[in-house]
Design a binder for this molecule. Sequence first.
Ligand code: DX5
Ligand code: ZN
Length: 217
Amino acid sequence: PGRPVMGPSMLKCDFGNLAEEISRLEDAGAEVLHLDVMDGHFVPNLSYGPMVIERIRERTDLPLDAHLMISEPSRWWKEYADAGCDAITFHIEAEPDPTANLAAIRDAGLTAGLAINPPTSFDRIEPFVDAADLVLVMSVNPGFGGQKFMPQVLPKVSRLRQMAGDRLIISIDGGIGTETISSAASAGAELFVAGSSIFDADDYGAAIKALTHQADI
Ligand code: DX5
Ligand code: ZN
């Protein structure tokens, strides 16, 4: 694994001031923007889609990492590529055989990611890890920010790191804060998604620095 990278989850930002939030995050040292797309079907919440992401794209050169918490990702992922996303991650629970999707996302020149929910067993993704550039291990049940970190998912992170070595980007999402990030880093995660622990702080830069410091193990 490389050095720890922070990807703020935009779910908790002030959507009335999106442009300002983006520039605050850039100034704060964010290296990736994590975009939580929820369809009100795969998860019991709705967020935003390609139209909003297109506008975000116009405001920043940071890599955009779309986390698609949607049903039928094979039907929709291209819209997120067209909107300017750099990485597209969809769920194994939404697409039990993700091989074709992962290949198509890669062929489009994007980072292809596969996400796994806390109750889903590792065996479900194991056969597809080679076909992915990134695996996103969910450390909360997806749908809402501000939930409690579930340490029981950490063995998935360690197994992924053992299996794939340095090739794979391992990301962790949900309940990441200064108290939880070092356990995820020790297990082998390197891309840390954080919503509340950044957006609840007055100083995003200080929050990102504190997280990075705790993750640097
Ligand atoms: C949860 C989303 C996360 C979430 C993270 O469904 O995928 O990205 O917004 O928020 P926190 O850091 O508050 O758990
Ligand atoms: Zn997410």
